[in-house]
Design a binder for this molecule. Sequence first.
Ligand code: HSE
Length: 415
Amino acid sequence: MKGSEKMNVAILGYGVVGSGVAKVLKENSGIIKEKTGHEFKLTRILDIKDFPLSEYRSIITKNFEDVANDESIDVVVETMGGVEPAFGFVSACLEKGKHVVSSNKELVAVKGAELLEKAKKNNVNFFFEAAVGGGIPVIRPISRCLAGNEINEVAGILNGTTNYILTKMITEGVSFEAALKNAQELGYAEKDPSADVDGIDAMRKICILASLCFGTHLYPDGVYCEGIRRVTLADVAYAEKYGSVIKLVARAEKLSDSKVFAAVSPCFVKKSNMLAGVNDVFNACLVKGDMTGEVLMYGKGAGSEATASAVVGDIIDCADNSEKRKVFGWKNTDADILSNYTEKETALYVRCTVANKPETCRSLKEIFGNVVFLWRNNQPENEIAFVTPVMEEKKLRKILSTTGITVITTIRVFG
Ligand code: HSE
């Protein structure tokens, strides 16, 4: 490591984010130098594809050893996605004494603690601002600006594709299927959209945030994860009557017994809640600090340039800390820190099919107590929708199973 203000950068994976990083480093080199004093030179790009027309064709390689064995490379940017071969490549770079910056949420969610440990051992930095919230500064504000706080709760709208689909359903009355098709046409959703619409992408991101906020690695295995495929326009209409919108909310909470609650699911979010106003492909992360109170970080959660902007921020931080490892990250654990999500208290929106409406309403009130009934235009004769009082989810579901009604869907109420 030279420690000079001029640093050489390599990119692993010249896709949407990787090419964005090359663009930001080139187009904003002047402003970066002016603001930080640093100059960066892109000297290697690793990709399995050929780019014969690229201005970078002379530095593109298919051979990882060209990066790993090049001692002049100071910072390696990993924008490949997936756990392997990214994990092997990142590990090798850290072991060779190179700083690594990653935008890969799957890698950080699954291997973050291990890679942070490798970085520590080799006295280099492993940063991943772009892994959560795309271009929104989230990781660094939580780990530095809010370091004087104990954080016990973090929640967010962490997936732009699903937020776009839900916004379309809410504002234009478009069905889930049509909104998904539109998101695919616009390039937000992949051809296979499951990582987004089934909540997996948001779940990886909340694992990273929970690890960072609470200090111990929360592994994705076992985290409750429900996507938005079952959300219908009927549910959107009932949510409106409850003064709410439906959002895919990822949330985590540190519990008093050192367990962590974490879950991703569609939720009714009251319009008065800050997350309710986060629309289209935008993301937001809501953190509760014991000193600062609620902090909302909001912005573009995806896209080539926005995400590249976060990567470049990390590259600059590597240059600021080129001779040493910045104290950053969380510890690993073998313990099962994940709580049983059904023990969390919540209110539930329930949509069900029933034969006799007035009778059922009376008996539901007797069973649950303070039930809020909802209505919508063109409500079928045999459909009832209501919101239960707040209680342990498993207790609520047990009661529901004894009512004899046919439940079509349930959605949690956030907050
Ligand atoms: N597919 C993600 C989203 C983008 O839609 O938010 C990057 O995480």
